[in-house]
Design a protein around this ligand. Structure first.
Ligand code: NAD
Length: 484
């Protein structure tokens, strides 16, 4: 890759078997800066041959990595945490330049991503089995947790470091070797992570990275390879369901972290200022491009006007600008397509009678920006409430009773996260129990936490990442009947 003034230097090649490889015959991928809309670098991309070479490398590395002691594996992960922390600014700069997010969001992402290495370094030495006496008393039941095997990790663009770390760290802790297929919009961050892991001591072939121009060809080739035993995917529900169907042919072990449509419920007993502060976190982390972003604000009719006014004022104060500028609170969306998606949802809602309390349009400037927007009077059937917005737009719907709030909240096929603001803990806990989601924030707009199990129900996914559950996703349980 040629150096581009203003951009940090990144090794932009395939990473297979501990080596940087150039692209085969013209297989290149343009990476664009969302703040200008212009490509700034071309990197090597892999095709089917490179995907299979990466599986070869993962296969070659597997016996050594399985045999490494849990402590040795933990030490690699711990060093990765330390290197990432020491090099946080460089990594944040790379995240900003390819994803567009603000520097503050990128720094937050690096810290969050690094914590997965620390957490799973601690988990690597705590993968235990069980011994019990069979009910008949005639034998013993011994269970072991063993690594599932070569794992294909497919990651999205919205958290290019954290979504990779959330998979690589537990896979390595469990003793699996991996091939990572990063999002085509944001491959550079994963190449930096691979470099960090190599310096942390991960042996060649334990982590391989194959950016691709044709994701479907590369991923399909690996899903069809009988040596691959695991798919861990984070991305949209549409692509995820397609890959689940593909993986079913070989009965692959799958963990799927898919799209969300989080409700943010504000009961009349809530402190409105707290609820607005929480809403700003739940909505605006990563400029709204988060799977757990609050997508539907369900606010009691008695406080809806005050909530809308305060939220609109807070959103209007945000400064839109290129992510690299520390003065920017919100960067651009990742691509023209994402901006068109957001703009289309807002226009349809406005046509349907919604009112823009702030924002409501894309500013007239280069890059894929969209103004932070608050909509109220949104019709309960509006499309903006049934799809992931994935941008800085907060639609508000009112409710009259707790039962109505719950019906509205659960009226979606998605079930990733939800938020509840209430001054009545019993009401909040009752609601948390009844919400059809995998995660709930009560009086809290930030719920991502490496030590907690992250994941969804319904079409939002299968399995959990983070916590102790995260490492078990990369293990298979073996039962041994013993008589002594
Ligand atoms: P995406 O589904 O378009 O892409 C995800 C990954 O799959 C990328 O690496 C992409 O290159 C690859 N891909 C795309 N089409 C493919 C195909 N046909 N075959 C094989 N691979 C393919 O998602 P995205 O736009 O990168 O990310 C945004 C989505 O990810 C949102 O829906 C968001 O909610 C979801 N997400 C979920 C979580 C979670 O933990 N549940 C976290 C972050 C993002």
């Amino acid at each position: 890759m040629d150096a581009v003034p203003g951009y940090p230097q990144v090794q932009a090649a395939l990473w297979i078997g501990g080596k940087s490889l150039p692209a085969a015959d013209g297989f290149c991928l343009d990476v664009a800066d969302p703040s200008t809309g212009q490509a700034f670098v071309q990197i090597a991309a892999g095709g089917v041959d490179e995907a299979i070479a990466a599986v070869d490398a993962a296969e070659a590395a597997a016996p050594g990595w399985v045999a490494a002691s849990p402590r040795d594996r933990a030490e690699v992960l711990r060093r990765a945490f330390e290197l990432m922390t020491a090099e946080a600014e460089r990594l944040a700069d790379v995240i900003v330049m390819e994803s567009g997010k603000s520097l503050a969001d990128a720094r937050g992402e690096v810290a969050y991503a690094a914590e997965f290495f620390r957490w799973f370094a601690e988990e690597a030495v705590r993968i235990d089995g069980q011994l019990s006496v069979a009910p008949s008393g005639r034998h013993r039941i011994l269970t072991l947790q063993q690594p599932v095997g070569i794992s294909l990790l497919v990651t999205p663009w919205n958290f290019p470091a954290a979504m990779g770390a959330r998979k690589i760290a537990p896979a390595l802790a469990a003793g699996c070797t991996t091939v990572v297929k990063p999002a085509s919009e944001t491959p550079l961050t994963m190449l930096v992570l691979a470099d960090i892991l190599e310096r942390a001591g991960a042996p060649a072939g334990v982590v391989n990275v194959v950016p691709a121009r044709s994701s479907s060809a590369v991923v399909s080739a690996m899903l069809a390879d009988r040596r691959v035993r695991k798919l861990s995917f984070t991305g949209s529900t549409g692509v995820g369901t397609h890959l689940l169907a593909e993986a079913s042919g070989r009965v692959l072990n799958c963990s799927m972290e898919l799209g969300g449509n989080a409700p943010f419920v504000v009961f009349p007993s809530a402190d409105v200022n707290d609820a607005v502060a929480g809403a700003m976190h739940a909505k605006m982390r990563n400029g709204g491009a988060s799977c757990i972003a609050a997508n539907r604000f369900l606010v009691h009719e008695g406080i809806a006007e005050e909530f809308a006014r305060c939220l609109a004022a807070a959103m209007a104060r945000l400064r839109l600008g290129p992510g690299w500028d520390p003065a920017s609170d919100v960067g651009p969306l990742v691509s023209r397509g994402e901006r068109e998606h957001v703009a289309g949802l807002v226009e349809a809602a406005l046509d349907d009678g919604a009112r823009a309390r702030t924002g409501g349009a894309a500013p007239d400037r280069p890059g894929w920006y969209y103004a932070p927007t608050v909509l109220d009077r949104v019709h309960p059937d509006a499309a903006i409430l049934s799809q992931e917005i994935f941008g800085p737009v907060a639609p508000i719907v009112t409710f009259a009773t707790a039962e109505e709030a719950l019906l509205l909240a659960n009226n979606t096929d998605s079930g990733l996260a939800a938020y509840v603001y209430s001054g009545d803990l019993a009401e909040a806990l009752r609601t948390a129990e009844a919400l059809e989601v995998g995660m709930v924030g009560i009086n809290r707009g930030l719920i991502s936490e490496p030590a907690a199990p992250f994941g969804g129900v319904k079409v939002s996914g299968l399995g959990r990442e983070g916590g102790h559950a995260g490492v078990l996703e990369f293990c298979e349980t073996k039962y041994v009947a013993v008589d002594w």
